[in-house]
Design a protein around this ligand. Structure first.
Ligand SMILES: [Mg+2]
Length: 148
């Protein structure tokens, strides 16, 4: 699907939003963990709450057999309402320091998944895409979070 030789800044796939990702195809390709960025990916620029459709999508992905994790560079605590609500259901790594490898490794560790079975979905080339590509994680860039 996406070679490790891919240029670092080039996502394996680009889609309009998290709702347009072909999750069944990823599953058939052997992917088992989906890592989501938060800002401008699961919500808007600094979401205070998540759209119910987003929560439902995450549930649906989980029912497909994926493990779901959230990886954000935001310096926020678990008392943030969005982080709190996501954290009740999914592993969340804040202050992830993307594109550095540490945060990716931490979330993969918590999901018990390898880079080759993981997918990173995010809006930013220099953090989400570069970080994922460096580790051989399938990278999907989304253009807009606001369109459900
Ligand atoms: Mg983002």
């Amino acid at each position: 699907m996406c070679s490790r030789m891919t240029k670092l800044l080039r996502p394996c796939e680009t889609v309009r939003s998290i709702f347009e990702v072909d999750y069944p195809r990823l599953y058939r390709a052997g992917k088992r963990a989906i890592l989501f960025d938060l800002d401008n990916t699961l919500g808007g620029r600094r979401p205070r709450r998540l759209d119910p459709q987003v929560k439902e999508l995450l549930e649906e992905i989980t029912r497909m057999g994926f493990k779901v994790g959230i990886l954000t560079n935001r310096r926020i605590g678990t008392n943030d309402p969005v982080i709190h609500s996501l954290g009740e259901r999914y592993p969340v790594v804040v202050r992830a320091g993307k594109p550095r490898r540490r945060g990716f490794r931490e979330i993969l560790d918590r999901l018990d998944a390898s880079p080759s079975e993981a997918v990173m979905i995010g809006d930013r080339l220099f953090t989400d895409v570069v970080g994922a590509n460096r580790l051989g994680i399938h990278s999907i860039r989304i253009r807009s979070a606001r369109r459900a």
